[in-house]
Design a protein around this ligand. Structure first.
Ligand SMILES: [Zn+2]
Length: 85
C-alpha cells in the first residue's frame, strides 16, 4: 500500500479561518460559506496600498539603476558594433 498526499486549493476565511474548496478562481465568493461574513476576503484589498521600508526602497532603486546601466551599456555596444562595420 502506498499513500499519496493530495493538495487542493481552497479559499480561507479571514474571519473564522474556514477553508473551502475553490470551484472557480474567477468566481470569488461573496461570503464565507460558514460564518457568512462578507469581509472573509479582507486580505485581498490591502488597507495600505504601499508600505515599503527604506531598505526595500533602496533595494528596488539599486535594481532599477543596475538595469538602466545594463540597458545603456547594451545600447552603446550596439552603436559601437554598427560603427565598427
Ligand atoms: Zn468565515
Amino acid at each position: 500500500m502506498s499513500i499519496a498526499t493530495i493538495t487542493i486549493d481552497a479559499w480561507v476565511c479571514d474571519c473564522c479561518g474556514h477553508q473551502w474548496r475553490i470551484v472557480s478562481r474567477e468566481n470569488v465568493p461573496k461570503r464565507c460559506s460558514r460564518c457568512k461574513s462578507r469581509t472573509w476576503n479582507r486580505s485581498a484589498q490591502p488597507k495600505v496600498p504601499f508600505s515599503l521600508n527604506a531598505e526595500t526602497i533602496s533595494r528596488i532603486a539599486d535594481g532599477l539603476r543596475h538595469r538602466a546601466a545594463r540597458r545603456r551599456e547594451a545600447a552603446e555596444e550596439r552603436v559601437l558594433a554598427r560603427l565598427r562595420r
